[in-house]
Write a protein that binds this ligand. Sequence first.
Ligand code: IMP
Length: 446
Amino acid sequence: MTGPSVSSSTTAVVGLQWGDEGKGKIVDLLAAEHDIVVRYNGGANAGHSVVVNGERFALHLMPSGVLCPGVRSVIANGVVVDPEQLLNEIEGLRRRGIEAGPLLLSDRAHVVMPYHKAEDIARERILAAPTQSGAGSIGTTGRGIGPAYAEKVQRGSAIRIGDLLRPDVLSARVGTAIETKRPMLEQHAPELAGEACDADRMVELALGWGRQLASSITDTRRVLRDAVAARERVLFEGANATLLDIDHGTFPFVTSSSPSVLGIGPGTGLPPRAVGRTVGIAKAYQTRVGAGPMPTELSGPEGERIRERGREFGTTTGRPRRCGWLDLVALRYAAEINGIDEIALMLLDVLAGFDELRVCTAYRVRGRIESDFHPDTAELDGAEPVYESLPGFSEEITGARSVSDLPAEAIGYVSFISEHVGVPVSLVSVGPDRAQTIGLERGVYA
Ligand code: IMP
């Protein structure tokens, strides 16, 4: 691509922890200043809750910008699309009086078929079964994400969105995919195998989706190339989060895509220099859904208190999230991976009422102090957090609308994070509503 060397009109919003940081709220806020919002990775495993005028919207595949009138939504090639889910979301929004702005769907995004969801469940069952290796399940969302990406990488039997309009390609690929999966599904997910392995049914379903989505299907790379060249304001919305990155997360307890900014190139077809400002989203504490290491996890009443106050139950699966103190070792790592310019610190209000706030600034690993995050599950499993204690704040802050409304201890907490990570905190969120947001002029940066 020729054109601007660094795009100042584009913004990336990425999660810096294990997901559910509140990206949806920030994308929704920033969308008003953008022309296009782009999803580039993941699928319906993501769950974005956005609250507008007290009404909660749970989005899984639709870019969060869809709630902003006039903003175009793009689902780019790096996403794995469950068309059934996408059509349900479009219909759900319409029923609530929201006419989604123009939706552009990449012809090269891959399709999540019902047999991928069945395979996701079957594989989790196999992993959970007591075996000699004792691999253990990942705790996936069951949305078929891993199997759909695996099919893409295996190539021959994968279906892309453009294929939904090509009956001959579709039936050949569906047939091959089912042939490779049938034995496993019949053995490990028999209740789903019947429908998922019915090739005629699958082709009929897929052709139906194609008919309904046809007007949205296009080469989104060209659209985005032209938009960046014309200095349109493009917002890249990362789904899932950096510590779940297939390459740089806590493997194998990760998702199957690149949720960091590193995924934008392959996920859209734009060169790295197309990404301008990068906003990293972090909660004021730590959460995780599913299995995998989490050094600061709290199993007692403190974790319970965070879960209740933060309503920490999954948007996609409803599972209770594991909660713990903020892990600054991991946060600094995620900030590095993404090269973030600023942090939006979410859910600070949840921490009101704790006498002390603890933050993890290093790990003790086999007797050695380690402050440089290494995404190695065996190492992290044995990592004991080393905490610093900061004074808590007793008063509720959900009504705060400016820094001057925040107690000194809350500001101290934000400054500590900013200083430790080496990046300004540009925004603090004190509740789910758009209004419960405090913009920090030049950022709190001690
Ligand atoms: P999958 O993406 O469904 O394969 O799940 C793999 C792991 O990533 C599981 O631990 C999920 O709980 C987790 N995960 C995937 N997407 C999200 C998300 O958007 N928020 C939080 N956790 C997620």
